[in-house]
Design a protein around this ligand. Structure first.
Ligand SMILES: Cc1ncc(C[n+]2csc(CCOP(=O)(O)OP(=O)(O)O)c2C)c(N)n1
Length: 317
């Protein structure tokens, strides 16, 4: 782990945060339509997880996936263009916020169906095993998704067949407005892995280096043919579930408490303590991150709309 790598992770978290804040503003200003699910506050999970992956490894994402894509090395310009519905977007403007993918880089897509990407990652891991490609699959999903049947069916098969997959549960305490304690009768989602014969680990999801450490062990297991791991990352989304959510189901005190554990500020403190970050390079990295997001918006705005003549392309019936 070099200083440069750590600074790159820090900058990626800044880009994720500024990107989400920008998207929220563009929606509330009516520049882009539809809805969006920001992942502000969950940056350390995405960056920590992606920091240990190899080129070609598979990822599946969720309805809250802009940051997953950015952390995996997706081009923020094309991610923004997709949210704008433009032809230059990752899904040629047809998917929008929740449905962007790039198969060439192994990013198998976000998913508007809660838990919908869990069997996709499991299938990708099965293909990697059958073809002996050495690739692994990583699957992001929320605490709510871990109550879906598809979660249990997927984990059962992955455990049975010892598939090279890491299940990453971003436990941000809420599924829309439902607190996890009202939905799950056990304290740790990670414990669910025991039913399927593989380890489950709980980690502080707001601590980038802790996430990385746990993921490193899980990926080694997967690559060695020892099978899956379920990693439960305890985290918190700073914003509402989606645009327009007034957050009446949780207290401002709870939010303030979690702000003290905010992942970017925490990682910044680590970098300062290690002598890697000072006022000057911090300002420089922030400026760079802002420029990346500004350029993404410029690119998206100037990109063409999809050609109506291509309307039926990619439509299967
Ligand atoms: C099968 C299905 N059921 C319900 C919904 C509506 N829905 C959208 S997001 C969401 C909550 C998901 O919560 P969680 O998995 O914890 O992810 P988070 O939003 O916290 O990231 C629900 C219920 C859906 N999209 N798909």
């Amino acid at each position: 782990m070099t200083t440069q790598q750590m600074l790159n992770w820090y900058r990626t978290m800044l880009v994720m945060r500024l990107f989400e804040e920008k998207v929220e503003r563009l929606f509330s200003d009516g520049v882009i339509r539809g809805t969006t699910h920001p992942a502000t506050g969950q940056e350390a999970v995405a960056v920590g997880v992606c920091s240990v992956l190899k080129k070609g490894d598979y990822i599946t994402s969720t309805h809250r996936g802009h940051g997953h894509f950015i952390a995996r090395g997706g081009d923020p310009r094309r991610i923004m263009a997709e949210i704008f519905g433009k032809a230059t977007g990752y899904s040629r403007g047809r998917g929008g916020s929740q449905f962007m993918a790039d198969y060439r880089m192994g990013f198998l897509g976000g998913n508007g169906i809660t838990g919908g990407s869990i069997p996709i990652a499991t299938g990708a891991a099965l293909s990697a095993k059958m073809k002996d490609t050495g690739k692994i699959a990583v699957c992001f999903f929320g605490d709510g998704a871990s109550n879906q049947g598809t979660f249990h069916e997927s984990l059962n098969l992955a455990g049975l067949w010892k598939l090279p997959v890491v299940y990453v549960c971003e436990n941000n305490l809420y599924a829309m407005s439902t607190h996890v304690d009202k939905a799950i009768p056990i304290p740790y989602i990670a414990d669910r892995a025991a039913s399927y014969g593989f380890p489950g680990v709980v980690v502080d999801g707001n601590d980038l280096l802790a996430v990385r450490e746990v993921m490193q062990a899980a990926c080694i297991r997967a690559r060695n043919g020892e099978g899956p791991t379920l990693v439960e990352c305890k985290t918190y989304r700073h914003s509402g579930h989606s645009r327009g959510d007034q957050r009446i189901y949780r207290s401002r005190e709870e939010e303030a408490l979690w702000m003290t554990r905010a992942p970017i500020r925490r990682f910044r403190a680590v970098l300062i303590k290690r002598g890697a970050l000072n006022q000057e390079n911090d300002r420089h990295l922030r400026r760079e991150a802002r420029a990346i997001v500004t350029e993404a918006v410029r690119f998206a705005k100037q990109s063409p709309d999809p050609d109506p003549a291509t309307l039926e392309e990619g439509v299967f019936a």
